[in-house]
Design a protein around this ligand. Structure first.
Ligand code: IPE
Ligand code: IPE
Ligand code: MG
Length: 223
């Protein structure tokens, strides 16, 4: 059986979920944010040690300002809602991406939250905000240059926002693309695309995907 150390999810389809029921896109983002808890719980049950979720990309700034503002208000709500809960449940929380572009209050809250949960060790829960894989690689190479290190796979991996390879990448929302998410870490990931829109993505479906993954032979270029 495969080891499953890291699941990454491109949480797509919130807007279409809302539209389908005649609601504005924001309702979809709220429903999506509420669904994260189910996904996290399922990963804890399967003893998956790392979960990385794509919440806001470096490209998502192109969206209408009211949508962007609403998504960021959800991040504020999320941080205050889950701080104690995560601590009690052994969740080590981290935001990855370029957070220097976020407003100062949100940056402070993020850093405080990470500090508060940094010794928790049931699961590393990484939330991508203002994240793009190309941007991450540029920031990584800059760090390597500043530290005067050699460019090699080990140093690149160590200096990324997230150093753990992704075993299983899932994209909800019926689009078969990666949209600039964790390109280095997904080099050998199994990829699963589902038509389910993220707010409807259930722990039952995730369980099935995990079980398929566990029973798939991974050869890593061997035989
Ligand atoms: C994903 O859902 C959430 C973000 C990108 C913030 P979308 O908002 O992209 O939903 P669709 O793809 O338009 O349905
Ligand atoms: C990817 O979804 C980004 C997130 C899920 C945060 P998008 O909806 O922004 O990506 P595209 O436009 O389908 O590539
Ligand atoms: Mg989308």
């Amino acid at each position: 059986m495969n080891e499953l150390k890291h699941i990454a999810i491109i949480m797509d389809g919130n807007g279409r979920w809302a539209k389908k029921q005649g609601l504005i896109r924001s309702f979809g983002h709220k429903a999506g944010a509420n669904n994260v808890e189910n996904i996290l719980k399922c990963c804890l049950e399967f003893n998956v040690k790392n979960l990385s979720l794509f919440a806001f990309s470096t490209e998502n700034w192109q969206r209408p300002k009211n949508e962007v503002d609403f998504i960021f208000s959800l991040f504020d709500d999320y941080l205050s809602k889950y701080k104690e809960k995560f601590k009690n449940e052994g969740v080590c929380f981290k935001v990855f991406g370029d957070i220097t572009k976020l407003n100062q209050k949100l940056q402070n809250n993020i850093l405080e939250f990470s500090e508060y949960t940094k010794n928790e060790n049931k699961i590393n829960f990484n939330l991508a905000i203002n994240y793009g894989a190309k941007d991450e690689l540029v920031r990584t190479f800059k760090k390597i240059q500043e530290k005067n290190l050699q460019i090699n796979e080990e140093n690149i991996t160590k200096n990324l926002d997230i150093s753990t390879d992704v075993d299983l990448l899932i994209r909800t929302g019926d689009c078969t693309r990666i949209s600039n998410f964790m390109l280095w870490q997904c080099a050998y990931a199994q990829i699963h695309f589902t038509k389910t829109l993220f707010p409807d993505f259930s722990s039952l479906e995730l369980e099935q995907i995990i079980n398929d993954f566990l029973n798939t032979k991974r050869t890593f270029g061997g035989v």
